[in-house]
Design a protein around this ligand. Structure first.
Ligand SMILES: Cc1cc2nc3c(=O)[nH]c(=O)nc-3n(C[C@H](O)[C@H](O)[C@H](O)COP(=O)(O)OP(=O)(O)OC[C@H]3O[C@@H](n4cnc5c(N)ncnc54)[C@H](O)[C@@H]3O)c2cc1C
Length: 330
């Protein structure tokens, strides 16, 4: 590991100053479950590691009149076990529970999960100077691509591994971001950019910005939600595809639907067209199949990942019907 200065700010303002405006100079450290691996492999070689854990009050979960607030340093274990999340925002708790192993969930944080870097094996290999590392080639395009994107890819094809983001997006979460110019509150979804629209790392924060808090609006009455993740290894693994569904029912019909996916695109994939098809209808076949087809309508798999199209289609259908058949409504 290349040496760096370990900084322990005591406020977000101090952390913002320490981050500075040169992205390569400093990295934020939360639970370290993603960052430490990258530092050890010298994928990143910052001069400063800015420790968020020395800042107080970033690890709280609080109910507000508008909904729920999650501090950036809340651990994934705390999200998975929180009674309010388990009842009102079940998909978020289930998504947190699905991340890695217990050790990773105990250390990993909400902010770190939402801001982790792509899991592409070319990006994570120090010898490949890929497009993501300011090189000229996305090696997945002509190389080993079985874990890569089937939707929204190009010119880079990594698939986002973030379990928490689709569940939070399906609940219309917003984030409070603090930076050199003050703070802004924006929809979480708007922070993720496709590689075709901006050569991004997935999540777009301005240099020096810190994700301080996630805000969840109160769910509508009659809302049920779930996050279903398909992974290759039965123990801990990243998602090949994950589906977050938030459905509100009124008189047996769907009044409101949100669907977002992990593992299929370079960003959390918000299936807007499929949501529209679910509005005001009774959830039964053949609608389930039609909605699943809509989710993967624009699929463009690479050489090795065609299997993900059928996998995603099936997962969407199963997720929708598992929710439709749930009897209890919180
Ligand atoms: C074996 C293994 C299995 C894993 N399995 C999964 C999985 O199944 N699903 C999954 O989603 N992830 C998985 N991960 C990835 C990762 O460990 C977790 O996502 C974890 O939540 C990251 O959180 P952290 O606090 O440890 O982040 P860190 O490693 O501390 O930070 C991650 C990145 O985010 C930045 N960052 C951290 N906090 C903030 C903030 N508040 N504002 C702005 N930037 C910030 C850091 O600078 C860094 O670049 C796995 C990792 C490993 C090693």
């Amino acid at each position: 590991m290349k040496q760096f200065v370990f900084c322990n700010p005591t406020s977000l303002a101090e952390a913002v100053d320490l981050l500075g405006t040169e992205p390569a100079e400093a990295e934020l450290l939360a639970g370290g479950m993603d960052l430490l691996g990258r530092l050890k492999k010298r994928i990143d070689t910052p001069k400063r590691a800015v420790n968020l854990k020395s800042i107080p009050r970033l690890a709280t979960i609080g109910e507000t009149p508008e909904g729920l607030s999650l501090g950036a340093l809340v651990t994934l274990t705390d999200v998975a076990e929180n009674p309010v999340l388990l009842v009102k925002y079940r998909a978020v708790a289930e998504a947190a529970k699905s991340v890695g192993s217990m050790q990773i969930r105990n250390a990993g944080t909400v902010g770190g999960n939402l801001c982790q870097r792509p899991r592409c094996w070319y990006f994570r290999h120090r010898n490949y100077v890929c497009l993501q590392k300011k090189g000229t080639t996305c090696f997945a395009e002509a190389g080993e691509s079985r874990y890569h994107a089937i939707l929204g890819g190009g010119p880079r094809y990594f698939a986002d591994p973030l379990d928490l983001a689709p569940a939070l997006i399906a609940f219309d979460a917003a984030v409070r971001v603090v930076g050199l110019k003050g703070e802004r509150i924006v929809p979480l979804e708007s922070l993720y950019w496709l590689p075709s629209s901006k050569l991004s790392m997935g999540l777009i924060l301005e240099p020096g910005e810190i994700l301080a808090e996630v805000r969840l609006p109160a769910p509508r009455s009659g809302t049920r939600s779930t996050y279903v993740k398909f992974k290759e290894k039965p123990s801990f693994d990243f998602s090949l595809a994950g589906v977050a569904a938030v459905l509100s029912f009124e008189g047996g019909k769907l009044a409101h639907a949100r669907l977002a996916l992990s593992g299929v695109a370079p960003v959390p994939w918000h299936a807007i067209e499929a949501e529209k098809a679910l509005s005001g209808v009774k959830l039964e076949e053949p609608l389930g199949r039609q909605v699943a087809d809509l989710v993967v309508k624009d699929n463009a798999p690479l050489a090795d990942n065609n299997y993900k199209v059928a996998l995603t289609r099936t997962l969407v259908r199963r997720t929708l019907f598992s929710l439709a058949l749930t009897r209890t409504t919180p």
